[in-house]
Design a protein around this ligand. Structure first.
Ligand code: GTB
Length: 217
C-alpha cells in the first residue's frame, strides 16, 4: 500500500516548492517509494477530519496503514528509518545525521521563519523596518558556523542524508532574500541538493499541482 501525504490545494508559495510537503515528497522520491497526495484547502485543514491527523490544522501529514504522522521532520525521519538510502548504516554516523535533522529544524530554521513573519506580517508596524536587519543578522549568525562546518564538502557529514535533505529544505526558504548568497558554499550546497533527480521529481510534482490550481498558467 502506498502512503498518502497531504499538501496545499492552493499553495501560497506559487509553485516554488517552499511548503513542507516538499521535504516529504523529496524523501519519498529519494527512497523510490511511490505515494499518493491528498490536496487540502485552507478551510479543510481546519475541519475535524484533518485536525484528527494534524492537531494544528497544517500540512503535511502522512498516512501509511495504521500509522498517522504529522511534523515534516518526524515524517522524514520515519521514511529514512524504514527505507534504505537516507541514513547511514553505521550507528554513530546515523546518530550524527539525525542530529543534523534536528539542527535544521531547531537551530537554523527559527530565525528564517522569523524573517518570513517580519516580511509578511510586521512590515507595516512602526518598528517593522527597524527590526528587519536584526532578524537578518540572527540568520547570518546561524549560517556562518554552518558554512564553516560544511567547508568545501558536498554534504554535512559524509554521504547525502536526511540531515542534508531537511537542511536544504530550510535554506531554500531564504530564496530571494540575498542572504544565502553571502555564503557561497551554502548556496552551492542548496544547488547541489536541488540538482538531485529525486528533488527534481518532487519539485515537478508539487509544481503540477500549482499549475493545475492556477488554471495551467
Ligand atoms: N512544524 C510543522 C511541520 O514541520 O510539519 C509545521 C507545518 C507547517 O508550518 N505547515 C504550513 C501550514 O500548513 C505549511 S508549510 N500552514 C497553514 C496554516 O498554518 O494554517 C510552511 C510554509 C507555508 C507557506 C510558504 N510559502 O508560501 O512560501 C512556505 C512555507
Amino acid at each position: 500500500m502506498k502512503p498518502t501525504v497531504t499538501a496545499f490545494a492552493n499553495s501560497p508559495d506559487q509553485g516554488r516548492g517552499l511548503a513542507r510537503d516538499m521535504q516529504v515528497r523529496w524523501a519519498l522520491e529519494e527512497v523510490c517509494q511511490p505515494y499518493d497526495v491528498r490536496l487540502v484547502s485552507f478551510k479543510e485543514m481546519k475541519q475535524p477530519a484533518h485536525l484528527a491527523l494534524q492537531p494544528f490544522g497544517q500540512i503535511p501529514t502522512y498516512e501509511d496503514g495504521d500509522l498517522v504522522l504529522f511534523e515534516s521532520g518526524a515524517i522524514v525521519l520515519h521514511i529514512a528509518q524504514t527505507h534504505d538510502g537516507l541514513l547511514p548504516k553505521d550507528a554513530n554516523a546515523r546518530a550524527r545525521a539525525i542530529a543534523w535533522m534536528f539542527d535544521a529544524h531547531s537551530t537554523i530554521e527559527p530565525p528564517i521563519v522569523d524573517l518570513d513573519i517580519a516580511e509578511m506580517l510586521e512590515d507595516d508596524k512602526p518598528w517593522g523596518k527597524e527590526r528587519l536587519p536584526l532578524v537578518e543578522d540572527r540568520i547570518r549568525g546561524r549560517l556562518k558556523p554552518l558554512s564553516v562546518r560544511l567547508g568545501d564538502a558536498d554534504w554535512l557529514d559524509g554521504d547525502f542524508s536526511a540531515g542534508d535533505l531537511l537542511m536544504i529544505g530550510v535554506l531554500r526558504r531564504l530564496a530571494g532574500s540575498g542572504i544565502l548568497e553571502e555564503f557561497p558554499n551554502l548556496a552551492a550546497y542548496v544547488a547541489r541538493g536541488e540538482a538531485r533527480p529525486a528533488f527534481q521529481r518532487a519539485f515537478e510534482a508539487q509544481l503540477t499541482v500549482f499549475k493545475a490550481a492556477s488554471g495551467g498558467r
